[in-house]
Design a protein around this ligand. Sequence first.
Ligand SMILES: *[C@@H]1O[C@H](CO)[C@@H](O)[C@H](O)[C@H]1NC(C)=O
Ligand SMILES: *[C@@H]1O[C@H](CO)[C@@H](O)[C@H](O)[C@H]1NC(C)=O
Ligand SMILES: *[C@@H]1O[C@H](CO)[C@@H](O)[C@H](O)[C@H]1NC(C)=O
Ligand SMILES: *[C@@H]1O[C@H](CO)[C@@H](O)[C@H](O)[C@H]1NC(C)=O
Ligand SMILES: *[C@@H]1O[C@H](CO)[C@@H](O)[C@H](O)[C@H]1NC(C)=O
Length: 504
Amino acid sequence: MTWSPTYSLSYMFIIFLPVTVSGQRSLSCSLKHLRVRFEYKYYQKGDIIIGGLITCHVDAVHTPRIKIDQYINILAFIFAIDEINKDPDLLPNITLGYNMFDACGSPRKSLKSAMQIMSGKDKEVPNYSCVDDGEVAAFVTDSGSDTSRALIEFLSLYRFTQINYGRSNPLLSDRVLYPTSYQVTPDYQVRNEAIVKTLKYFGWNWVGIITPGHGIGEMESEILSKMMTQHEICVDFIIKLDRDYVMDRKGKEIIKQSWAKVIVVCGLFNKNYAFTIHEAQTDNITLILHESWLGIANLHHFLYQSVNCSLIFLSPKKAIPKINVIQNVNSFTHPYDPLLEDILFILYGCLTKDKSKNIFFTWFYKKKRAINCTEIQGLPELFYHDPSLYYVYTAVHVLAHVLNRFVSRRSSLQTHGLRHKLSKYIRNTVYMDYSGDPIHFNEKGKLTSEWHLENIVFQKYQERYRINIVGIILFKESLEEDLKPLNSVIGNMKWKNNRVREDK
Ligand SMILES: *[C@@H]1O[C@H](CO)[C@@H](O)[C@H](O)[C@H]1NC(C)=O
Ligand SMILES: *[C@@H]1O[C@H](CO)[C@@H](O)[C@H](O)[C@H]1NC(C)=O
Ligand SMILES: *[C@@H]1O[C@H](CO)[C@@H](O)[C@H](O)[C@H]1NC(C)=O
Ligand SMILES: *[C@@H]1O[C@H](CO)[C@@H](O)[C@H](O)[C@H]1NC(C)=O
Ligand SMILES: *[C@@H]1O[C@H](CO)[C@@H](O)[C@H](O)[C@H]1NC(C)=O
């Protein structure tokens, strides 16, 4: 019995997550110009190179923007590499380098960047390295979105080890198709098990599902409905939305008529999806949401009511050691960091060093006045709370430990063909992270997963709504526990329309 019921209200905290700075259209990632206007790459020479593909700009057609939390992932990546290089025991006499690009959330841009990393420098010849630099051993990628499939397929074709720090994705979890792909974030399948256990605990055996009719959501809804049926939970309806996340009239009618007191909302958060849920009249229905739905805090508060008092499963928040090192990053410590320059322009109107960029950005971001910032500017503290920091950091450290195993079995460092051999060593690598948690990939290519069940409540503070995330219980993989500890915290949970729980 290793439940920790103490993980309850004491852990209540308040966050307001402006995860993205909604800018206007960013040409830096424009799909039209594969020769991108401003390329964002980070490179350091080394005996062995780790490739990185991190999405810092999103170029959706209507709402492209720069993602500051993703930029901080780049800082965590570089910090981890520096830390490993300073460690006298981990990879003695080997310097780790990196080659990292902004993948812009675009399959074409990711593939192009992956090829550039494989071949070194700016050439795009994938199976051939044309620089006198260390061999690229593996990639760290964000594969949590619907668009990452092309990249994972491409890297698998060349048998590159990939450590993914994006959200666990059922579309990319096939061990036969992607045998060299590994995941450091908690497994979606463990989350599904936790959902089923929660439904059973509350006696909710009459349940609805809403899902986009494509991508991650669709696959998730199929897996979940099968699991529910196996556990004698009746799936009253599955409503599939169209490509634009619109629900037809029939769907709305089904929800109105149904007796289901709970609906599982499958798939990733999206603005249109939020509007659809808002219109679906789920006032008296408890929703179970994907963690990406925290993004709703960025939208207008009239949407909050529809997801108020929902249940949500979140990845555990783990800190990285010495986070102050990256918290201290600013215009003074990193004067030549192109993404940081851009972010400081957007946040504070600070001019960049590039004159033509300044002209372009002033027009593009509609800044009335950009200034030569003389004060040292850093990033707002709240961006450092993102759980993905720990996962990026862990992804890089895992690779260092695997490389350590690899080289310690050889008299000299022969890195030739390293990438084909690395994956074999991954499964046998076990180490303790700095907090004492074991890091080891199972046969599914995942680490041992944990999920926190939380209750999200939008509370008004003065004039603004804030999202309160109230921790309820921790689900650990493969523990055959009952949920008795829930009894002690159940009274603290908030239900829609101030209802008292009437379900059991
Ligand atoms: C590292 O290099 C030094 C000097 O070449 C050598 O004496 C030492 O044995 C090397 N260490 C390892 C672990 O290979
Ligand atoms: C890449 O090169 C390796 C060895 O040099 C070869 O075995 C492999 O088939 C090549 N892969 C592709 C997809 O061309
Ligand atoms: C929700 O429940 C309240 C009180 O029972 C009721 O007045 C209201 O009409 C219900 N809303 C919907 C959308 O069914
Ligand atoms: C959410 O629910 C809580 C508790 O019932 C309530 O106090 C709060 O006003 C609700 N928020 C919104 C946005 O409806
Ligand atoms: C900003 O000020 C510094 C120091 O006064 C100067 O060197 C630099 O050229 C200025 N930059 C711009 C874009 O005006």
